[in-house]
Design a protein around this ligand. Structure first.
Ligand code: GSH
Length: 202
């Protein structure tokens, strides 16, 4: 059975839990005490020198990077509805997964980590940078969703789970999606697996 190193408020862990739950794949959670700094402990650094969760373990197989984990789970369990095999559809899913990591994630982290989790000692410059960059990113999402119910094709994929987990995270800083993005977010939010990934109220 998979073991997932997770923290309930992690957007990166949430996307993995959403997929595992939605696909009905058995797994156990190994909760990491991030607030107590467990991820910086020598024991944890041996498991992931990047001091990050999520980590997926299956026996002596160990994988980090949330989007790589999503792809692996889809590949191992033949979840082609979540990660299509058609080359062009798959490439678009990969595009959004990469966009989420390289474009959206740094801004979400700038805002939420500093404004919410590190408050009142958060980095003000990071908050300002994040708030300056966010509108452009939300416009890009809105454009992509203007004629489509999902980011790729006509059903949800791991791209939707991954991007929606960052939008959920923005909610901690009271940033709410609007327009078509809000309609799309509601569709993803209502997916049972996503619901099961939600953390206790803060
Ligand atoms: N690129 C990584 C990012 C993972 C990540 O940033 N995890 C956060 C929790 S949401 C973490 O463990 N942060 C602690 C740290 O970076 O020291 C992924 O997609 O898995």
């Amino acid at each position: 059975m998979y073991k997932l190193y997770h923290f309930p408020y992690s957007q990166h862990g949430r996307r993995v839990v959403s997929l595992l739950e939605e696909a009905g794949i058995p797994y156990e959670i190994r909760s990491v005490a991030m607030m107590e700094g467990e991820h910086m402990s020598p024991e944890f650094l041996k498991i992931n020198p990047n001091h990050q969760i999520p980590i997926l373990e299956d026996g002596d197989f160990r994988l980090t990077e949330s989007n790589a984990i999503l792809r692996f789970i889809c590949n191992e369990h033949n979840l082609t509805q979540w990660y299509p095999t058609d080359a062009k559809l798959r490439a678009k899913v990969d595009q959004w997964l990469d966009w989420n990591q390289t474009r959206l994630a740094p801004t979400v982290t700038d805002i939420v980590l500093n404004k919410v989790f590190f408050a009142p000692n958060g980095d003000q410059q990071a908050i300002e940078r994040g708030e300056k960059n966010l509108p452009e990113l939300l416009d890009i999402l809105e454009g992509a969703l203007s004629n489509s119910d999902y980011l790729v094709g006509n059903r949800p994929t791991i791209a939707d789970l991954s991007v929606a987990s960052n939008l959920f995270h923005l909610g901690f800083a009271e940033v709410k999606p609007t327009g078509k993005t809000e309609e799309w977010y509601r569709r993803i939010f209502d997916i049972q697996g996503f619901q099961k990934s939600l953390p206790p109220k803060m």
